[in-house]
Design a protein around this ligand. Structure first.
Ligand code: SF4
Length: 262
């Protein structure tokens, strides 16, 4: 049973703060309208929708129909592109057009459908969770895919990315830690975790990354949640300048506010 006065956060809020506290403020505190959205982000969301359809088919034991998976991807990507244009949030396609993005998505789906395992026992898809990570601290999130593997479960988080993951991400990504703790509470058994990545590279690749976490990682996660809570309460949202600023959905506002809060 959860503590009645628990503080509450979601993994998305935590990860946005860890990516850039200023971006977190715009998105979750100020509820600012996004200035733009990246085409690669829309591709990732559409890819998830298509993969979800694929996994639901496996779960129901249905005959594999790839045409439906491709169609779901096309629909999700074109609908979201249209929606964003209509609400005045332009899509930043970078060097690609929408058609080229769809083409890249098809290449990625082809690799994913050919190489991702199908002899799997699907336990849950898009399973939401709400766990008390320590007394008085609730964390919410959604597990993409949960597989039964004997008396253990394997939590899979599906990713798309411009490149393969580096070792630092595999060692420190707080999503894996959060989801392992959550799945252990949900399923009451030993939990394994993998990222399943499909790259947006010239020749897309499907890569499985098993990730292991220990008690020290879990303690670090709780410390991070406490520190984000404390910084938020104090209104501390420093900019984190790095390569991600180029694609940031709030970069005009962020740049325009420089020097105005000192
Ligand atoms: S432009 Fe960079 S520093 Fe500013 S909010 Fe975006 S990611 Fe953060």
């Amino acid at each position: 049973m959860q503590t009645k006065t628990a503080t509450r956060t979601s993994f998305s809020r935590l990860s946005s703060w860890l990516r850039c506290p200023r971006l977190h403020r715009y998105r979750y505190i100020d509820l600012a309208t996004e200035e733009r959205v990246s085409g690669s982000m829309l591709l990732g969301i559409a890819f998830h929708e298509a993969a979800e359809l694929h996994f639901r088919g496996i779960q129901r034991g249905e005959q594999f129909v790839s045409a439906e998976v491709y169609a779901a991807f096309d629909r999700a990507l074109t609908d979201s592109a249209k929606y964003n244009e209509e609400v005045g949030c332009p899509v930043d396609y970078g060097k690609a057009s929408l058609d080229e993005l769809i083409g890249k998505g098809h290449e990625m789906l082809a690799v994913f459908l050919a190489e991702s395992p199908r002899d799997i026992e699907v336990l849950d898809i898009e399973r939401s969770f709400e766990i008390e990570i320590e007394p008085g601290r609730v964390v919410e999130g959604v597990l993409d895919l949960v597989l039964r593997q004997g008396n253990r479960v394997l939590v899979v988080d599906l990713k798309t990315s411009a490149q393969a993951f580096g070792q630092d991400r595999l060692d420190f990504d707080s999503q894996a830690t959060t989801y392992i703790v959550a799945a252990r509470q949900l399923y009451r058994c030993a939990v394994d975790f993998e990222f399943w990545l499909v790259t947006r590279t010239k020749s897309p690749r499907f890569i499985r990354y098993p990730v292991v976490r220990d008690a020290a990682d879990e303690a670090e996660l709780i410390e991070a949640i406490r520190e984000v809570e404390a910084a938020t309460a104090l209104g501390v949202f420093p900019r984190r300048r790095d390569w991600q600023c180029m694609g940031c959905e709030y970069r005009d506002r962020c740049n325009g506010e420089r020097g105005k809060e000192a």
